[in-house]
Design a protein. Structure first.
Length: 243
C-alpha cells in the first residue's frame, strides 16, 4: 500500500490526476475503472486541464464505471451516466462508445450484472480503478454487510448512503433506494487501485479501512490485500492515523 498525503482537496485532485495521466500516457489504450460522487470531481477537472493543454489523449482509452442507480435513465441529470458525461467525457476526446456503465433501466437485473462482469473480463480487466470511499467505508455501492459480494450486483442502499446522496436530489425521497455496483472481486481484479479521500468526516473510515481487520463491515478494508493500492488523502482524512 502506498499512502500519499495531500494538503487539501485540491492537492488530492492534482496528485490523483497525475497518477491517472501517467497510466494513460504509458498505455494509451488502457482500461480505466471510474467512480462518481463528489470525491473524484476534482480529479476529473485535472484530467480535463491536461487534455486541454495537449498533455493527454483519450482517443483509445476505454472505461468501466463502478455503479449506476436503479431506475434512472442515462439522460436523467442524477444518473451516473450523465455525471460522467458532464464531468469528464464531454470535455475530452474519448470515444463514448468505449465508455461502459450499467443500465439503470434494465428489465433483467441479473442478466445486466452478469453481462457487465463479462464485458469487464473481455476488456482484460481494468488497468487502474479509481475509488472514493463513503463515511461508512463503502466502495462503489458495496455497503457494510456480513460478507463480501464478489460480482456485480443490485444492492439496497443504506440510510447513511441515501442521506449522503440526498444533496444531489430535490428531496431525500427522490434518491433511488437501489443501485447496481461492481462487486469486490471486480474491484480487486484491477491491476492498480487508486482511492481519493478528503475531509474530517472520512477520518474514522480511513482509520478502520487501513488499520483495522479486513472485514465486510468495512468494505474498503479489503484493499489492504490489494498488491498495488494507493491512497491519496488530505490531512483531515488522515488525522486519526498515527503517522
Amino acid at each position: 500500500m502506498r499512502l500519499i498525503r495531500a494538503k487539501n482537496y485540491e492537492d488530492v485532485s492534482v496528485k490523483a490526476g497525475n497518477i491517472i495521466a501517467s497510466v494513460i500516457n504509458l498505455k494509451p489504450d488502457c482500461v480505466l475503472g471510474l467512480a462518481t460522487g463528489s470525491s473524484p470531481i476534482g480529479t476529473y477537472k485535472e484530467l480535463i486541464k491536461k487534455y486541454e493543454a495537449g498533455e493527454l489523449d483519450f482517443s483509445k482509452v476505454k472505461t468501466v464505471n463502478l455503479d449506476e442507480y436503479v431506475g434512472l435513465s442515462k439522460d436523467h441529470d442524477q444518473s451516473y451516466a450523465y455525471f460522467m458525461r458532464n464531468n469528464l467525457f464531454d470535455h475530452v476526446n474519448i470515444d463514448q462508445n468505449n465508455c461502459n456503465i450499467p443500465s439503470g433501466l434494465t428489465n433483467d437485473p441479473e442478466a445486466e450484472c452478469a453481462a457487465y462482469d463479462k464485458l469487464i473480463a473481455s476488456l482484460g480487466g481494468t488497468d487502474l480503478q479509481l475509488l472514493g470511499m463513503g463515511p461508512n467505508g463503502h466502495i462503489g455501492f458495496n455497503e457494510p454487510d456480513e460478507a463480501f459480494f464478489p460480482a456485480t450486483h443490485c444492492v439496497k442502499l443504506t440510510d447513511s448512503t441515501i442521506d449522503a446522496n440526498a444533496r444531489f436530489f430535490a428531496t431525500r425521497d427522490d434518491v433511488p433506494k437501489q443501485a447496481y455496483t461492481m462487486g469486490i472481486w471486480g474491484i480487486m481484479q484491477a491491476k492498480r487501485v487508486l482511492m481519493v479521500v478528503n475531509g474530517k468526516n472520512k477520518a474514522e473510515a480511513v482509520k478502520a479501512a487501513l488499520t483495522g481487520p479486513v472485514t465486510p463491515k468495512v468494505p474498503a478494508s479489503i484493499l489492504q490485500l490489494h498488491p498495488d493500492f494507493t491512497l491519496v488523502a488530505d490531512e483531515e482524512a488522515l488525522s486519526l492515523l498515527d503517522l
